[in-house]
Design a protein around this ligand. Structure first.
Ligand code: SF4
Length: 450
């Protein structure tokens, strides 16, 4: 059982110094008990208290690390049911499946797509996270050869899928240094799989036939000393999968039910033969709490959408998505190119930069840090105003690169034109651009096209 707020309060310094960002130690203790604060926010907790409080402040769903180096990622570690309550922390890991009964060229194609399909959005690289390697043949040599190939050709996490503990042991031997997930301990093979996970210090998936037997199995495995678990209720129809995902999350978060306090794994590839339906099931699994989802393949048309959905769900709703403040070059600008300006709200940046690209007119795009606010909101908040934008332009060094000095402000911010002219000086000509981004291509071609 976790500690109550009052029990936690007894262990705090009780100085009400506010350094944790909360007015009193009592309020901090209450937040900690409710999973709404991090213990590390208080710099004055004694080591002894830290140890006791660590248990109580641990997230109700354990964070499990998979993979190593550049391919490392975490799943679980969640503290809320709904992202608007706080945020979700560790995005659903997406895995592509290869099996030892597949032809070499099919496997090679999948590994190539796993490595090459990646997308840049909001300054982040979005890509798949793991390769799931499945033993269908039951042949130890075949399985370990496929695991070796995956290990040599990819950087991501590895999920090993085998029913037989003997086959699994061969696979783990090959890639234990990559911290693979062993899938899965069942009621029939739990002891052998526990031994493998303990010997190699790797996380273990637990697969049952329903929620009740899942709880029994996870209790048995944690009692045996394996703590890093990923759980699978065994459901393979979408209705039961969703029911189980929600039930597991509610039990872990609201009832602090320890046997379900682990990230889950969902297997869309086993739920349908229709690739589009499989993608849909993966999408529903991302929305409803899956820690990992294993797909039969990655294709641009399914992976890209899943990655974007995941990005949206796992973005902190209390923090606007921001783009870095700097001068961006679009369409190879030169000394005669204009300087477009806008705020650093990511959506604004992507729309404006996309329209400039479409125009094919070489431009600089000056992105001002408005703390992620859009142009109008930033103007109202005093963050996208003439003197602030002008100071950024003056300090950016862009003027020295140009022969012609044309600065274009968004139409909605026309009101800042005078202040901006004053700040940047008479060398610059400040233009009021279009209000709507969709009009940017025509505006640029008319005014700055060659
Ligand atoms: S930082 Fe620690 S001591 Fe200070 S108010 Fe917060 S909980 Fe209390």
């Amino acid at each position: 059982m976790g500690l109550t707020g009052i029990q936690i309060f007894q262990m705090l310094p009780k100085t009400n110094c506010k350094e944790c960002g909360i007015p009193t130690c009592l309020a901090f203790a209450m937040n900690l008990a409710a999973g709404k604060a991090e213990l590390s926010a208080c710099p004055y907790v004694s080591e002894e208290a830290k140890q006791k409080l660590a248990v109580s402040s641990a997230p109700p769903i354990r964070a499990v690390a998979l993979g190593t180096g550049d391919g490392a990622f975490k799943i679980g570690g969640e503290t809320v049911l709904f992202r608007h309550e706080k945020t979700f922390f560790n995005p659903t890991g997406l895995a592509i499946l290869v099996s030892d009964d597949e032809a070499d060229d099919a496997v090679d194609g999948k590994l190539k797509r796993f490595t090459e399909l990646s997308y840049e959005r909001v300054g982040l690289i979005l890509k798949g996270d793991a390769v799931a390697v499945r033993s269908v043949s039951g042949d130890q040599a075949k399985f370990s050869a496929l695991v070796t190939k995956v290990k040599e050709q990819t950087q991501g996490g590895i999920i090993l899928i085998a029913d037989s503990a003997e086959v699994m042991a061969e696979g783990v031997k090959v890639c234990a240094d990559r911290k693979p997930l062993v899938y899965a301990a069942t009621a029939d093979n739990a002891d052998a799989m526990i031994a493998i996970a303990k010997e190699h210090k790797v996380p273990l998936a637990v697969k049952a036939t329903d929620l009740e037997s899942l709880a029994v199995l996870t209790e048995k495995i944690t009692a045996a000393g394996v703590e890093d678990l990923v759980i699978d209720s065994g459901a393979r129809d979408i209705k039961t999968v969703l029911h189980d995902q929600i039930h597991i999350r509610e039990a872990a978060i609201q009832k602090k039910f320890k046997p379900f306090g682990f990230p889950t794994i969902v297997m869309p590839f086993e739920m349908t033969d229709d690739f589009m339906m499989e993608t849909l099931y993966a999408s529903m699994s991302i929305a409803k709490y899956a820690g990992l989802a294993v797909l039969s393949d990655f294709q641009g048309q399914n992976l890209f959408n899943l990655l974007l959905e995941r990005l949206n769900i796992y973005t902190d709703p209390q923090r606007p998505m921001k783009t870095e403040q700097k001068i961006y070059e679009i369409n190879n600008p030169g000394p005669d190119s204009p300087v477009m300006t806008t705020s650093n709200f990511s959506l604004t940046y992507f729309i404006v930069s996309g329209e400039i690209e479409n125009s094919r007119v070489p431009c600089y795009l000056a992105i001002l840090d408005t703390e992620g606010l859009s142009v109008l909101t930033a103007w109202a908040a005093g963050k996208f105003v003439g003197d602030v934008l002008g100071e950024f332009i003056n300090k950016s060094g862009i003027k020295e690169k140009l022969n012609k000095h044309n600065l274009v402000i968004p139409g909605y911010a026309a009101i800042i034109q005078g202040d901006l002219e004053e700040e940047v000086g008479s060398d610059w000509k400040v233009h009021v651009g279009p209000r709507e981004a969709s009009n940017i291509p025509a505006y640029l071609k008319d005014n700055f096209g060659s």
